[in-house]
Design a protein. Structure first.
Length: 144
């Protein structure tokens, strides 16, 4: 799981050039953002692992990673839909870019297959200083 999280982080840092490298991070809980985070940002959360034994000598593992996109835009609808006037991406755009980066990407052979299995609805995360829109994508990585 550690190698998979590290590889996903590196892949997203390479592909999502509009996000600072330090704003793509492994996160302990999807609502606990680092203090110095700038938006947009991406959090990676380890998920469930399922071990399936197919025969005496064969098994396959299913590893799930939850990837959370965070946006913060001030205009109405912009945090979800993006802002065409400024080119800033909303939560829907961010998750689409993440899915494009990771779908069918076996991360240099670390997995045998990679597939998005679900997306959450977008949600509002509020604390005493900010309002942040978040939306998640769960990826399934198979190893045979």
């Amino acid at each position: 799981m550690k190698a998979l999280l590290t590889a996903i982080k590196a892949q997203l840092q390479k592909d999502l050039t509009y996000i600072r490298d330090r704003d793509i991070f492994v996160i302990e809980h999807e609502t606990l953002l680092p203090e110095a985070v700038k938006f947009p940002a991406v959090g990676l959360k380890d998920g469930a692992i399922t071990y399936n034994r197919r025969t005496k000598s064969q098994e396959d593992d299913q590893l799930h990673i939850k990837i959370i996109g965070y946006t913060q835009l001030d205009k109405p609808e912009a945090a979800i839909m993006g802002d065409a006037a400024t080119g800033k991406k909303g939560a829907l755009d961010l998750i689409a870019d993440i899915k494009d980066s990771l779908k069918n990407n076996t991360l240099s052979g670390l997995a045998d297959s990679a597939w998005p299995v679900s997306e959450s609805e977008s949600e509002l995360l509020i604390d005493e200083k900010t309002a942040t829109q978040m939306k998640s994508l769960t990826m399934q990585y198979m190893r045979y």
